[in-house]
Design a binder for this molecule. Structure first.
Ligand code: SF4
Length: 420
């Protein structure tokens, strides 16, 4: 790297892959390629980086020889160059002031405008927002608890919807408009296998909608499972395991998967404590399980477990690079919920089971449901816009708010401390 000649004037710019967030008296400079981070508290430097974003500066500002003699500015520029976040160009070396295309948030369709224009006709292309659908094929109050937990992340009581089985024809009619676009993910939940006995009917209709189709099962329901479900081609399985585990049921279930030669399986360990985590690892080792995830569940009494093992630190937040695209997305949409619908066995539709019902597959079209969520809903567009996150420089580096924030009733699940 060239030495900086303090008798020269320079143009200073930051690279387009560098994300900046300045809030009150603090600034974050973040390299989206390698997650290197510079925190700025010095008012002179804060002033310098905010002036990069003034319209008239087009992302490039002049650093005069007098400026460069200021030790704070000099050290800052050295640090920026060392981290490949930006550079300086001698003014004398070029004819005109360069400009930088400052990346700006530009969603293809402005969702905020849609909100203002509530009442306008929805557009057929809105359907392309749908990315993932989860369908409860049946519902049985006694057996749905584990699946409700999977969606809410909370050990809460399942709603009493009566024992229902979804009307497959009605479901297909509701989902049919999606066939022109296709879905990324389709999750099919079978709570009580003695209620839902015709898995083969699925493959002729809804399963063909999605690139990835999953059946969610509980390890504890093996005795009722219609083995035809394992014979459906290209179908993946998610097996929920909660604690305490009934060892015999789990062994039988794994034996059954092995005997049917089912490889496309992911185990979801619903853990509520460090001890559950330890037991999960034991099960994983003993059964040579290769594909698994842990899903922490809030019980109302295990906040210590969340504080110790789930809450984010500043180091966690910047530990892996987050792309500019992802940062922009987090400014306008909720990356967990956006494009997702959950359909219960009685036909009720939700964007999130902790939120309000959006409609029903019998009485509403998929277009109406999308429009309602985009204009009146609270989940797809739920961003970190409330206190204290809206005063924090990590606001959009942090993942979108999830159901953990809702059930714990705290908008910042982190150890980051700052003045609000
Ligand atoms: S206060 Fe909010 S935005 Fe800031 S680190 Fe914590 S969770 Fe993330």
């Amino acid at each position: 790297m060239n030495n900086i000649d303090k008798n020269e004037d320079f143009w200073f710019y930051l690279e387009p892959y560098v994300y900046i967030n300045v809030i009150d008296n603090q600034g974050l400079i973040y390299n989206t390629l390698d997650s290197k981070t510079i925190i700025v508290n010095n008012p002179i430097i804060l002033n310098l980086i905010t002036s990069l974003f003034l319209k008239e500066n087009c992302g490039v500002i002049k650093i005069s020889s007098a400026d460069i003699k200021n030790i704070d500015i000099y050290n800052f520029i050295v640090e920026i160059r060392k981290n490949f976040m930006g550079d300086i160009i001698k003014i004398n070396d070029i004819d005109a002031k360069p400009i930088q295309i400052v990346p700006l948030l530009n969603l293809q369709r402005d969702i905020k405008r849609m909100q203002k224009e509530f009442g306008m006709d929805y557009k057929a292309s809105d359907i392309s927002y749908i990315n993932s659908i989860s369908v409860f094929l049946d519902y049985d109050l006694n057996k749905s608890h584990q699946f409700i937990k999977y969606f809410t992340k909370h050990n809460m009581h399942a709603k009493d919807l009566g024992n229902n089985i979804i009307l497959l024809d009605t479901l297909w009619k509701f989902l049919y408009p999606l066939s022109a676009y296709g879905l990324n993910n389709l999750e099919i939940i079978i709570c009580n296998h003695s209620l839902y006995t015709k898995p083969n009917e699925l493959k002729d209709s809804v399963l063909k909608l999605a690139v990835n189709s999953y059946i969610l099962l509980s390890y504890n329901n093996l005795s009722e499972i219609n083995a035809d479900i394992f014979k459906i081609e290209n179908l993946n399985f998610k097996i929920l395991i909660d604690f305490p585990v009934i060892q015999k049921s789990l062994k039988n279930f794994i034996q059954c998967l092995n005997s049917e030669n089912i490889k496309r399986v992911e185990f979801v360990f619903q853990i509520t404590s460090k001890y559950d985590y330890y037991l999960s690892n034991k099960i994983i080792k003993e059964n040579a399980i290769k594909n698994y995830i842990y899903q922490p569940i809030y019980t109302g009494g295990n906040i210590g477990f969340f504080e110790n093992y789930i809450f984010l630190s500043e180091k966690d937040i910047v530990s892996t690079p987050i792309s500019r695209r992802e940062i922009f997305m987090r400014q306008v949409i909720n990356s967990f919920d956006f494009g997702r619908l959950i359909i219960l066995a009685n036909g009720d539709i939700y964007s999130n089971l902790l939120g309000q019902k959006l409609g029903n597959i019998i009485s509403n079209t998929v277009f109406e449901v999308i429009h309602k969520e985009l204009t009146l809903g609270t989940n797809w567009l739920n961003c970190r816009s409330s206190k204290p996150c809206n005063k924090c420089i990590y606001q959009y580096l942090c993942p979108s708010p999830s159901n953990y924030e809702s059930v714990i009733d705290r908008s910042n699940l982190c150890h980051v401390k700052f003045e609000v």
